[in-house]
Design a protein around this ligand. Structure first.
Ligand SMILES: C[S@@+](CC[C@H](N)C(=O)[O-])C[C@H]1O[C@@H](n2cnc3c(N)ncnc32)[C@H](O)[C@@H]1O
Length: 215
């Protein structure tokens, strides 16, 4: 995955904006949902070169961001682009890295989590829940399968591709396997989020907000 994104750095942002239906609207929309108070603390999972941050910094220039990504070159590009901002980077997998507890006003992830199963997401979403302050929220902008049979079809195709190439089941292979929105909500509920809302939809991409209770 690291090599996949590092090798596409030059064309990456234009690709995101031109090739994904609704991207020119859902990136600014996502940014608008994030906390607007000065010095808000936000954790960005799979930040890449930070298209969502481009729009967020326009609205909240003093936000304090921690960005996690596997791709070192994307993080480097992000650091150069926003050298005047309060940005901390962590290179590695958000599945492996521990997050500070009760620390963030919001956690955001855009177009990064559509490779993982419901079972893989529950422990990650539990870590996110614990990393949020009371009253904080997780904002997930990603694309989803339209139906359960589409979700199953993606997963079967991934297994077929791995088998055909002699890749073991547990190894990561870059092939998109989005869940349905209903299954995503199930994973968020299992992690402790009780108030979950779909704020917007652009073709297959949805913006989901999962709120942590204030007390
Ligand atoms: C399609 S890009 C989206 C980047 C950015 N959020 C945006 O929308 O412009 C997906 C990003 O997720 C990162 N990623 C995927 N799996 C990851 C993981 N397990 N841990 C950290 N980053 C991951 C990739 O390296 C890549 O930069």
């Amino acid at each position: 995955m690291n090599d996949f994104f590092n090798s596409r750095i030059d064309e990456y942002e234009e690709h995101q904006l031109n090739a994904i239906a609704g991207a020119r609207e859902f990136y600014p929309f996502t940014a608008k949902q994030l906390p607007m108070h000065p010095h808000a603390r936000v954790l960005d999972l799979g930040c890449g070169t930070g298209l969502e941050l481009r729009y967020y910094f326009q609205l909240n220039p003093s936000a304090r961001i921690t960005g996690i990504d596997l791709a070192d070159k994307l993080l480097q590009a992000l650091a150069e682009k926003y050298s005047d901002k309060d940005l901390t980077f962590v290179q590695g997998s958000y599945f492996d890295i521990s997050f500070d507890a009760c620390c963030y006003d919001a956690v955001v992830s855009v177009e990064s989590l559509h490779h993982f199963t419901l079972e893989e997401k529950i422990p990650l979403y539990t870590k996110i829940f614990e990393a949020l302050i009371p009253g904080g929220f997780f904002l997930l902008t990603d694309y989803f399968a339209q139906t359960e049979s589409e979700e199953i079809g993606f997963r079967q195709e991934l297994l077929r591709l791995k088998a055909a190439q002699g890749i073991c089941d547990s190894a990561f292979y870059h092939y998109d396997t989005p869940l349905t929105v209903a299954h995503e909500i199930q994973a968020l509920q299992a992690a402790g989020f009780s108030e979950i809302e779909v704020l917007g939809q652009w073709s297959a991409t949805h913006v989901i907000k999962a709120q942590k209770d204030s007390v």
